[in-house]
Design a protein around this ligand. Sequence first.
Ligand SMILES: [Zn+2]
Length: 560
Amino acid sequence: MCLALLSGLLSASFCPAFAQQPATPKEPAEKPKPRVRPNDAGVAIPTRFDMLRGAYGPYRANNDLLYYHLDIRVDPGQKSIQGKNTIRFRMLQDGTRIQLDLNEALNIDKILLDDAPLKYQRDTGAVFIDFPQTLRAGQTYSIDFYYSGHPLETGRFGGMTFKKDPAGRDWINTACEETGASIWWPNKDQWRDEVESMDISVAVPNGLTDVSNGHFTAKTDLGDGYTRWDWHVSYPINNYDVSLNIGNYVHYSEKLGGLSLDFYVLPEDLERSKPQFAQARGMIEAYQHYFGPYPFVKDGYKLIQAPYSGMEHQSAVTYGNLFTNGYLGHDWTGVGISPLFDFIIIHESGHEWFGNSITATDRADMWIHEGWTTYLESLYVEYRWGKQDAIKYLNGYRPKVHNLRPIVAEREVNADPTEDQYFKGALMLNTLRSVVDDDKKWWTLLHDFYQHFKYQNISTDDVIAWFNQSTGMTLTPVFNQYLRRAAIPRLELLFGEAPGMLMYKWAADEENFAMPVRVGTHGHWQTIHPTTAWQVMQTPLSKDEMQVDIDHFYVDVNKQ
Ligand SMILES: [Zn+2]
C-alpha cells in the first residue's frame, strides 16, 4: 500500500490521490512533517458495516471460494460499470445462505443459480443470498452475480476513479485496499478466503487498453465500439488486489530468465519510464536472493502507470512515483539512502512476497504485509549497498513511529491498524535479527519462513509460533511487546550503587519479557541478557560512556 496516501504525510496539493497528477512533476514539496493520524492515537468504534465486513460470520465460514470470473463493461462517459461476477465455491457444511458483499451505491440486477434467480437481502455492504434448497457440504456451486451502476470514488485510494490523463484521454483505475473490493465489484470481501484462480474480462471503448492482473489471454473486438480484454490469474489472489487500469497505454517488455516483465505507461512518459523501470529487474533479483522465486511466474510481473503513488496489485503493480527516485521526490527516510532507488518499485513489488503470496487472515494482522515489506526495502538496500546502509535506512524510520497503540488491531471488525505497522514492524524484524545474532541463520530463517507460508493466509500467531519453533527461542513475549503493546521495551540502567557496578533490567508490559541486547561502546559491544528482574554487572564505563546498540535493537533506554 502507498503509505503517503494512507498517512496524509504529504500535502494535498502534491499527493496525486487528492489532485490530478501533473505530467511533469512540479517543484518537490517541502519535507513533510510526521503527524499523528487519529487512528495512530485511538481506535474507531466499528460501525454495523464494519462488523459485517470484518466478521468471518457463519455465512462466510460455511463455504470456501474456488474461482471468480469478473466479466464487466466500463463506460467512461457515464462513469458506470455493468456486468457479472461468476462465483464458484465449495460448501464446507450444509446451508441455505451465504454472505457476499457489494457497496450499496451499486445495483444488484439479478443473482442466478443455474439460470434460476435467487433471493437476497442487503444489509449495509453485505449481501445475504438465500437458496431454495440446501447446499450440501463438499459440493461445488456456481452463481452469477449481475450488477451495474456508478461506483463511488471514495477513500484516499479512490476506490474506482474515472479520470483523464494529462493529455485529456480517459484514465480509469481501481485501488481499494482501504475501502474493500466490494466498492466496485461483488465478491466475498474479506481476507481469509481467496479464490484459487480467476478470470478478468473487461470491455472498454475501442482504443483504450485494460491492464488487469494475471496473464493476458485475448483481445476481442465486440463490434459495438467496445473491445474486451481478457486476463487469467493462475494463483490465489486477494480481492483488493484485483484491479482495472484502463488508459491509452503503450507497452514494452523484457525477460528475466523465464519471467516476463511487462511495462505499461502513457505514451508521453515512454522514454523517461525506461531507465526508471529498469530498476524492476534488480528488485526482483534481490528479493529472489532472499526468499526464492518470484511468486507469480505464470502471471508475469507488470508495472503499470497510475494516477496515484502506487499499489501492490498482484502481478500488476501500479506506479505513480513521478519516474524519479525516493518517494514522490522526497528522501523518504531522511538519511540519504532513499534517493538511491525508486521507493514505489521497491516497496509495492516487495508485497508480491509479503501481502500477495503470504497474506494476513484479517486486516488486524496487516503488519504481516506492511511491516515485512518495509523490512524488505532494507533488504534491497543491503543487497545493493551493504548492511551499514541498510541499518541506516531502517533507523531513518524511527521518527515516524508513534507507539501510541498496538500495531495488531482487534480482529473481525474491519479494523484500521495504526501506521506504526510499517516502520515499527520493520524495526522489530531488525531487532529480531540482532536477537538471533547470526546473519547466516537469519537469512535461512527469512527464506524458510517465506517458503513455509507462501500462497497461504496466516495470522500473527502463526508467525510467532513458526519463529519460536525454528529458532528454539522463546520469542512470544518479544513479539507480543512489539505487536500487541503500545510501548517498546525500555532498558533500565542504574549506575553507581557501588563503584564499577551497573544494575539493569527491562521495563516492559509483557510478563516474562526477556531479550538479549548489546551494551558497551561502539566496536566493543557486549551482549547482556536482561529480564524484568534486576541483574548486576561490573563495568569500567561511566553512565556517560555506556551506550546501548540501538541501531540494531529498537528499544528505549533509561540511564540513571
Ligand atoms: Zn505497502
